[in-house]
Design a protein around this ligand. Structure first.
Ligand SMILES: N[C@@H](CCC(=O)N[C@@H](CS)C(=O)NCC(=O)O)C(=O)O
Length: 220
């Protein structure tokens, strides 16, 4: 049994669970000490197992101090409050407002991109029709990233310079851009490389490569 205030993050397979990657990366970047429980998706017992962890029956779920927090963005906010010195939101009020808008736009939108270009860390997909179907989302994301980098990115390689929750929210999109061979303009392309070069992203990717479960989202 762990101590009462131990942090436990319940996540899906690292190969496929894009929503799980976001708070996991936030916790790693904050330097948090946390346990993780991986629940493989699309198994016969997945739904029951997930409902045993949280009320939405979805991952991610964070457990802390008797509290169960579901939903990626709510968990990211909680981590930012637990670790204020990690600077998970920009210090400047205006930059912070735009970072929240960017994180929220990701959380609530880009459905064509999410549906067509699913995250699959172990496979490079070459399906131009799927990239074409997500073209409007890809264009908007490039515009958003370029705007953030240009206006707020002077202090580092991320959207707001140093790493923030906006980057955590877009990390799975960076994976998708490379995994589906999406051609990017120079500023978004450099941004994707910066995110994928994070040691925590390499750690997540290596763990994904070692997973035994396979889901073919092209056919399911
Ligand atoms: N809005 C939620 C979405 C969570 C979500 O859709 N998670 C997926 C996996 S990435 C899930 O748990 N699916 C399992 C299922 O539906 O059985 C969040 O941001 O956390």
């Amino acid at each position: 049994m762990g101590t009462q205030n131990e942090l436990t993050l319940v996540i899906g397979n690292k190969s496929y669970s894009s929503w799980s990657l976001r708070p996991w990366l936030a916790l790693r970047q904050a330097g948090a000490d946390f346990q993780e429980i991986v629940v493989p998706l699309r198994q016969p017992d997945t739904k029951a197992t997930l409902l045993g962890h949280g009320p939405s029956g979805k991952v991610p779920v964070l457990k802390h101090d008797g509290l169960v927090i579901w939903d990626s963005l709510a968990i990211c906010e909680y981590v930012a409050e637990l670790y204020p010195d990690a600077g998970l939101w920009p210090a400047d009020r205006q930059a912070r407002a735009i970072a929240r808008a960017a994180a929220s736009e990701m959380h609530s939108g880009f459905t064509d991109l999410r549906r067509n270009l699913f995250m699959d860390l172990r496979t490079r997909h070459d399906v131009p029709e799927r990239v074409a179907a997500a073209a409007a989302d890809i264009a908007r994301i490039q515009e958003l990233w370029t705007d953030c980098r240009t206006r707020f990115g002077q202090g580092g390689p991320f959207l707001f310079g140093r790493f923030t929750l906006a980057d955590a929210m877009f990390a799975p999109v960076c994976v998708r851009m490379r995994g589906w061979g999406v051609e990017l303009e120079p500023v978004p392309d450099a941004y994707v490389s910066a995110v994928l070069d994070l040691p925590a992203m390499k750690e997540w990717t290596a763990a994904a490569a070692a997973e035994p479960w396979e889901i073919d989202y092209l056919t399911v």
